[in-house]
Ligand binder design. Sequence first.
Ligand SMILES: C[S@@+](CC[C@H](N)C(=O)[O-])C[C@H]1O[C@@H](n2cnc3c(N)ncnc32)[C@H](O)[C@@H]1O
Length: 172
Amino acid sequence: MLEGVAGPVLDVGCGPGRVLDALARRGVMALGVDPAPAAVAIARQKGCAVLQRSVFDRLPGTGRWETILLLDGNVGIGGNPCRLLERCAALLRPGGALVAEVEGPGTGWRSCRARIERERETGRWFPWAVVGCDAVDGLASAAGLAVSEVRRLEGRWVAWLEHDGMERHACA
Ligand SMILES: C[S@@+](CC[C@H](N)C(=O)[O-])C[C@H]1O[C@@H](n2cnc3c(N)ncnc32)[C@H](O)[C@@H]1O
């Protein structure tokens, strides 16, 4: 997924920094953003640069990021993919790329609630969304992004979106 990814990269929902770490090994400059304190602490222990914030908070480099990552289903963050893609488009430089991991064909898209479960422990519900590769085109164009490629990589689906240089405010 990281092949050809150019910096500076913003890894949205970076969690404990697995991808940031992999980018650092490739010599690609990257910043992570994630509101979860425990995940941010782990990422920082690895030496990754991370802001403990939501992607919807104020972030540096608006309109100047070369690549934005929404991996591990992170296109679901916030439960409104149109709003999330619009936010990412505002952060990207015109012509920049958004790499989003999506679900397979026939999924469409839907908003839902999700929670983390582990044995008998359950977390609180949070808004989430699921986006299939068949639905990403429509969501992307409303946000000023165009799908340039969708690929299946070892059973996972990844969409490459490009910023068309136009500002959109189509999402509530
Ligand atoms: C599916 S996990 C992804 C984990 C990570 N990419 C990894 O390599 O392990 C989703 C992540 O999104 C983060 N997240 C949730 N809401 C967010 C928001 N509004 N802005 C940025 N990150 C968010 C969560 O804290 C969580 O770490």
